[in-house]
Structures are given as C-alpha cells and as structure tokens.
Write a protein that binds this ligand. Structure first.
Ligand SMILES: NC(=O)c1ccc[n+]([C@@H]2O[C@H](COP(=O)([O-])OP(=O)(O)OC[C@H]3O[C@@H](n4cnc5c(N)ncnc54)[C@H](O)[C@@H]3O)[C@@H](O)[C@H]2O)c1
Length: 285
C-alpha cells in the first residue's frame, strides 16, 4: 500500500511549515508548495526524501493546477490531503489617501490591488475544484478519501479594520467550507477550515512581534490540534475551527433570526435542487 500524499501551500514558513512537518510525522508524503523557493526548498529538504518542494504561485490557476498534477504523479497517483494555507495581508488599502488615486489613459480610476482576494480566497476555491478531480482518481493507488483544510482567520469570524480585503477573503473561506463541506463529504472528501488568533509568524511585521503581549499569543501547536481533529473523524466537515491560545473552538454559524430563515436554510434546499434540474443552463452545475 502506498503512503498517503499531502500538499500544504505556504509551507515554507509559519503555520504551513508546522502542518507539513506534522503530516510528515504521521506518515504522509508531503509536498511543500510555496512562492518562496528558498524557504520552501529548505523546509522540504529538512523532511528528507518523502517530501518535495514545488514552487507555486497559488494566485495563478495554471501554477496551482501544475502543483496538483505534479504532486499526484510524484505521490504515485494519489492525493489525500490538501491544506490551502498560503495567505497575504492587504497589498493596497481600500481607505488609501488621495495620493494613491491614479487615473488611466481614459480618465478612469485605476482598480484597487486585490491580490489578497486572489491568494486568500480565489485560490482556495480553485484548489478545492482541483483536489476533487485528483481524489476521484486516487482509488487505484489506495486513496480515494480526501481531507481539504483551508486557513481562514479569526478575522473571518470577527473583523480587522486595518485589512478589509483580508477580512472579506477570510469570511469568504468560512462561507465556502460551510456551504461545500456537507456536500463534499458525500463523496468522502471532508472540507474544513481553521481560524487562527494571533500566531507569531513571518506574516506579522517584526515591529508588531516586538510589542505583542505574550498572553495574547496562540502557539503553532494549537493549529495541529485542529488538524488532528480533522484527521481523526471522516464525518467532520463544514467546520470553522477557531484557534485561540491553547484551545480549539468549533464555531457554528450565526443563529437563525426566526423560523422562516431557519426553514429556508435547512429545509428549502430540495426546492432549489429540483428547480435547477429543470433549467437547462444549470445542468451539471
Ligand atoms: N499568523 C497569524 O497570526 C495568522 C492568523 C490568522 C490567519 N493566518 C493565516 O495563516 C496562513 C499562513 O500564514 P502564516 O501566519 O503562517 O504566515 P507566513 O508568512 O509565515 O507564511 C505564509 C507563506 O505563504 C507563502 N505565500 C504567500 N503568497 C503565496 C502565493 N501566492 N503562492 C504560494 N505561497 C505564497 C509565503 O511565501 C509564506 O511562506 C495565511 O493564510 C494567514 O492569512 C495567520
């Protein structure tokens, strides 16, 4: 029987690196995917021959698709675990002052740099799309059950005024896993996310790390507790797990405001399914 195969994006540093090491210690062959060739290749080399580095820009669909194809082939035609973890903070501030306003040749305001959305949200959706394709093709090599984890943030449950796009992208991840999780589990793929509090990593500028109070730090080991919970339960899906200090918290969605909204949310879905089945352009959707 071949070993299970995991991909972790943004695994050259911080949370991704810790998750890559953890999965390796649990017997996974691990693909370290990162934009940064230096840190990524070092992280893979430290794990030895049952790990490899694939340089990837998750915000490019082609690069992401190549990552999954190469990892699947390297792993002996199987993929079992994907952690969509790579993330960046806001590249341009929505509240930027007038000096950041530039016009193009037509006199139109140039768009805001939305790289954060591409890395933190769009790439997560495309990764799930790609992962499903390869899990379906992993049975012959001993796989066929998938675990998909995304890294959201506490900002995906609360908010962070200094990073409005980051907040939006991380809310998006929570919405994605809640909507898709209960559906994907029907074909043996669980879909969950972690919502970390403050973990000192390279994402945080040194100027912040220097002054941050120790009692408000979440250790990397808390992220691994959530990963273990996902690994240990093939029925656990659609969960947003908040990480704070030493603890993990399973966070439900907001309460139904009344019985009508509860009915729409929990009992009307078959009406949508039946209606979509009758609309030609929604076929296979
Ligand atoms: N550290 C925290 O306090 C905290 C809190 C909540 C959520 N998060 C989330 O955790 C995830 C991991 O961040 P971290 O704290 O470990 O930071 P980190 O900076 O240590 O690691 C992020 C890694 O992602 C890589 N990366 C960035 N853009 C990429 C791209 N386009 N393609 C591939 N790789 C790319 C970076 O090179 C880096 O190695 C992120 O999604 C972040 O938003 C972190």
């Amino acid at each position: 029987m071949s070993k299970p195969v995991a991909i972790v994006t943004g695994a050259g540093s911080g949370i991704g690196k810790a998750v890559g090491e953890h999965l390796h210690s649990k017997g996974y062959k691990v693909v370290i995917a990162d934009l940064n060739a230096q840190t990524g290749s070092a992280a893979a080399a430290a794990l030895g021959p049952s790990a490899t580095f694939i340089q990837t820009d998750v915000s490019s669909y082609a690069s992401n698709a190549r990552l999954l194809k190469q990892a699947y082939e390297w792993g002996g035609n199987r993929l079992d675990f994907f952690h969509a973890n790579a993330g960046v903070d806001d590249r341009q501030l929505l509240y930027a002052g007038a000096d950041a306003e530039e016009l193009d040749d037509e006199g139109l305001l140039k768009p805001l740099d939305t790289k954060t959305m591409a890395v933190n949200l769009e790439a997560v959706i495309q990764s799930l799309w790609l992962f499903k394709y390869y899990v379906r093709r992993s049975k012959e090599a001993g796989g066929g059950k998938g675990k998909f984890v995304a890294t959201s943030s506490a900002a995906g449950l609360y908010y962070m005024t200094t990073n409005p796009q980051y907040t939006a992208s991380k809310y998006g991840v929570v919405g994605l896993i809640r909507a898709a999780g209960p559906v994907f589990v029907k074909e043996n793929i669980t879909v969950n996310c972690i919502c970390p509090g403050f973990i000192p990593t390279n994402l945080c500028p040194p100027q912040i790390l220097d002054v941050w109070p120790k009692e408000h730090i979440t250790p990397l080991s808390t992220a691994l507790k959530a990963i273990d919970a996902f690994l240990g339960d093939d029925a656990m899906t659609g969960q947003a797990v908040e990480l704070s200090q030493e603890n993990i918290y399973f966070r439900g969605h907001v309460e139904w405001v009344n019985e009508s909204q509860k009915w729409i949310g929990t009992e009307s879905l078959h009406i949508w399914d039946e209606a979509y089945a009758k609309i030609p352009e929604k076929k296979g959707y």
